[in-house]
Write a protein that binds this ligand. Structure first.
Ligand code: G6P
Length: 458
């Protein structure tokens, strides 16, 4: 098996992020999204090298001040100029590739490939090259390179061209677009994208996404490279250590003081169109209409945190989800009870505390590579929480038998599943919670990393 000291990981977001406090001093920022946090848990102390982008002015200053370091992990960052980064991250990665892979297009508005596109694609290419050059410069002879996610789809081929001795894997944390949807990209870009990924062996969280990728390759007349499927998983011990921390325990006490004896239906997501928060609120609305006996009996906590706020779609989505929650509350609130508590704030301790205390966890994305929350919740639950889970989340492939699986577009089915989950007998609830835990533990986080190393070795 490969020695982790010979491994170079490359991702857009690195393990450490910084921001400025009110006085302008540098302070660590919470990690964004599950990928960087999970990778950090796996790689800390391993001697591996991790190449990522310095995302902000604070990150670059932290690097200059020598703050960018973790024990036994070699951190390298590249610092593209602001225009390059903004075009590559906002316009190509998030407004185009993310929308494509999640089938999120509003076909009347986006995608729009206009005069800015050639420049944006060139910036995406530049960013990928910067990362590939840094990888090529820091990888040991015959080393293994694990390139992560859609921001870096071109990097595998660039790395291989610069260093044919390296063994390269590309791992996608998103779903992969169906061939008909990938065709919205300009023809030369989609071919470059597929050929870029095919510079390595390509990994996905599920076979379904691997097959979509292979189908896209064939649709473009390319031979698909070798693919594999292996789902990411949370690290149970590290997760439980966070749950036990004073900050998380205190967050839990504050929550209980606010919600009292009522049952908790919890969601924790980025404010993200694919997470389908608004249909979740519609399902709560319908549930209260159809099942009067459940009124005043539960609170839906929607602890969502800001994400990609430079994209107008995300700002609009945030406003709409707040309005929808307000409308549902206006319809049903009585006395000191309001059915939905929505709070947009980046507070990982509070999110974890809510999962710990949840009676039901709602994970209903319209499409999701995996969804780590669905796999964290069973590990931290202290109330044998039930899981209402979208069939379109990669995690459903592992957890379906013990979750309430729903079509994320079907609000009535989601409302019914929430009602069933809230009224389960204690014995059935315990049986399902134990099974969920066992299913999550069956595929430990190290197995995900090992699958990539094995794929690299061929
Ligand atoms: C998803 C992507 C990750 C990304 C995360 C957070 O999980 O697969 O690559 O890091 O979202 O998004 P952000 O744009 O904040 O990095």
């Amino acid at each position: 098996m490969v020695d982790l000291a010979d491994v170079v990981v490359a991702s857009n977001r690195g393990p450490l992020a910084f921001r400025r406090d009110e006085a302008g001093a540098l302070e660590p920022a919470p990690p964004g999204g599950g990928l960087a946090g999970s990778l950090r848990d796996l790689l800390e102390g391993s001697g591996a090298t991790w190449v990522s982008c310095a995302l902000s002015e604070a990150d670059r200053a932290a690097q200059d001040a020598g703050l960018l370091s973790l024990p036994d992990l070699r951190l390298r960052t590249v610092a593209p100029d602001e225009t390059t980064y903004d075009l590559a991250y906002d316009l190509v990665s998030n407004a185009t590739l993310w929308f494509c892979h999640h089938h999120l297009f509003d076909l009347t508005r986006r995608p729009r490939f206009d005069q800015r596109w050639p420049e944006a694609w060139a910036a995406y290419r530049r960013l990928n090259r910067l990362i590939a050059d840094e990888v090529a410069a820091s990888a040991p002879g015959d080393g293994v390179v694990l390139v992560q996610d859609y921001h870096l789809a071109l990097a595998p081929r660039l790395v291989r061209q610069a260093r044919p001795d390296l063994r390269v894997v590309h791992f996608s944390h998103t779903p992969f677009a169906d061939p008909g949807v990938l065709r919205v990209l300009p023809a030369d870009c989609r071919r470059e994208l597929l050929a870029g990924m095919a510079g390595g062996t390509c990994g996905f969280h599920t076979r379904r996404w691997a097959q979509a990728f292979e189908a896209c390759c064939r649709d473009q007349g390319l031979d698909p490279p070798r693919t594999f499927a292996s789902p990411l998983a949370p690290d149970p011990e590290k997760l439980l250590a966070r749950v036990r921390s004073a900050a998380c325990q205190e967050a839990g006490e504050r929550l209980l003081a606010r919600t009292g004896e009522r049952a908790l239906v919890v969601r924790t997501d980025r404010v993200e169109l694919s997470k389908n928060v608004i249909r979740g609120f519609w399902a709560i609305d319908l549930l209260l209409e159809l099942r009067p006996e459940l009124r005043d009996r539960f609170v839906h906590l929607a602890f969502v945190y800001p994400s990609r706020q430079r994209l107008p779609e995300y700002l609009a989505y945030r406003a709409e989800l707040e309005q929808t929650a307000a409308a549902v509350n206006e319809r049903w609130a009585r006395g000191d009870w309001q059915p939905i508590v929505v709070d947009v704030r980046d507070d990982p301790d509070r999110s974890l505390a809510a999962l710990r205390l949840a009676d039901v966890v709602l994970v209903n994305p319209v499409r999701d590579g995996l969804n780590l929350v669905a796999k964290e919740a069973p590990l931290v639950s202290e109330r044998q929480a039930s899981l209402v889970l979208s069939a379109e989340a990669g995690a459903a492939e592992e957890l379906a038998e013990a979750a309430f699986v729903v079509n994320p577009f079907d609000v009535l089915q989601t409302a019914t599943a929430l009602a069933d989950a809230l009224t389960l007998s204690p014995a059935e609830r315990q049986r399902r919670a134990e099974r969920l835990r066992a299913l999550v533990l069956a595929h430990p986080p190290r197995a995900w990393l090992d699958a990539q190393l094995a794929a690299a070795e061929g």
